[in-house]
Design a protein around this ligand. Structure first.
Ligand code: NAP
Length: 281
């Protein structure tokens, strides 16, 4: 078997086009364009690329983006002051603080300070809690992007045995909640999991978000399984995922490439969240 490649780039493009059309419709009815404030702390090159891509997507769909590029030595209080100012600004719908933040910044406190209805990354405890209670509002962009991608591919999720590798607050945990919402039976794995191979081998759907190149071996993939590789590893200037792509493609029914898989979906769902945040305001 050779797996079908899930083209995240194309699916994201279609999603962005729908968002663009909806924004035109809303502005024709007198609404202003949605507005996303992006806070970038310091000059981490990878973060700069991510932020640039998000701003390009904003331009494509008609979302106004505001840039807050601040020095890496900004204090916790100064960063909180920016967030608080944006929280009460009626012209700002979404607030995004690009991670990672410098070590001296308490990231948790910053995320918790963002108003839940402006939390377009979907990281605030209120939004994660709502997802856990099956009342999703602003959903974590990457896991939500994975769900949208699977649905756009026409994959029936109900009842699938899903193994998720990675349990981080921003990716692995909300991914598990999203798949539970879709009535999958979930197994969440982390660095202390016993026999990861066996957990992957029994899965109909494998979602990997560990940030470890080649962690999941191609031979572990069950015949016909769906493989979603969220991992991004920079190896000699090249981006690779967490799954052995070539060998996994021989067993899987569907597989996502890196790059061009989950990454573009994350940006597209951020745009969707910004539009939703405007509706919530
Ligand atoms: P993270 O916070 O470092 O979490 C990694 C998770 O993987 C942790 O739960 C960790 O377990 C688990 N893990 C690490 N080594 C493992 C092993 N050998 N076996 C099993 N589990 C293992 O990273 P993250 O923020 O979730 O991101 C994960 C990856 O996704 C990164 O490569 C990141 O760049 C990528 N990412 C991609 C997108 C996208 O749009 N494509 C978006 C966000 C993130 P413990 O909890 O036990 O430590």
């Amino acid at each position: 078997m050779t797996a079908k490649i899930i083209d995240g780039k194309q699916i994201a493009k279609d999603l962005l086009e729908n968002i663009r059309l909806e924004i035109i419709e809303r502005t024709n009815q007198g609404q202003r364009n949605p507005c996303l404030a992006v806070i970038l702390v310091g000059d981490d090159p990878a973060s700069e690329v991510y932020v640039r891509n998000k701003k390009i997507a904003c331009e494509k769909v008609g979302i106004k983006s505001l840039s807050y590029d601040v020095e890496s030595n900004i204090s916790q209080a100064e960063l909180l002051a920016i967030v608080n100012k944006l929280n009460v600004d009626k012209d700002v719908d979404g607030i995004l603080v690009q991670s990672p933040l410098p070590d001296h910044i308490n990231e948790e406190e910053i995320i918790h300070a963002i108003h839940p209805n402006k939390d377009v990354d979907g990281f605030h405890p209120m939004n994660i809690g709502l997802l856990a209670l099956r009342q999703p509002r602003l959903r974590s962009c990457t896991p939500y992007g994975v769900i949208k991608m699977l649905k756009a591919t026409g994959i029936e999720l109900k009842g699938l045995d899903a193994t998720i590798v990675g349990v981080s607050n921003n990716v692995g945990r909300p991914m598990a909640l999203e798949l539970l919402l879709e009535a999958c039976t979930i197994t969440s794995c982390h660095s202390k999991t016993k026999d990861l191979e066996q957990k992957v081998r029994q899965a109909d759907l494998v979602v990997v978000a560990a940030g470890r190149q080649n962690l999941v071996k191609g031979e572990w993939i069950k015949k016909g399984a769906i493989v979603i590789d969220i991992g991004i590893n920079r190896i000699d200037g090249k981006l690779v995922g967490d799954v052995e792509f070539d060998s996994a493609s021989k067993n899987a029914g569907y597989i996502t490439p890196v790059p061009g898989g989950v990454g573009p979906m994350t940006v597209a769902t951020l745009m969707e969240n910004t539009l939703l945040a405007q509706k919530l305001s």
